[in-house]
Design a protein around this ligand. Structure first.
Ligand code: ZN
Ligand code: ZN
Length: 89
């Protein structure tokens, strides 16, 4: 981490302390956020968190959909089988 090599991208009056790994902008202490042990500016962290939330939301979604689809298929087949079984008798 190179120190004092520039000014914060968001606060031109402040000395930059780190560099955001996402946008490569120099950021000051206040703008630096440590997420997963990596320096990011507040803006990029927000984007990163938004992406993480979408991923989590997707993960929550698919198992529910699979269970619903399986239940629907089971009901369909069960009903079909029951009807043919009764009709065959
Ligand atoms: Zn950034
Ligand atoms: Zn700043």
């Amino acid at each position: 981490m190179s120190l004092g090599s520039g000014r914060c991208h968001y606060h031109p009056e402040r000395a930059g302390l780190g560099i955001c790994v996402e946008c490569r902008n120099v950021i000051c202490t206040e703008c630096t956020t440590q997420f997963e042990g990596i320096n990011r500016c507040a803006k990029c962290l927000g984007e990163r968190l938004a992406k993480a939330r979408t991923l989590v939301a997707r993960k929550d979604w698919s198992p529910g959909n699979v269970v619903l689809a399986l239940a629907a298929v089971a009901l369909l087949f069960g009903g079909f089988y029951g009807l043919t079984f009764l009709a065959g008798r």
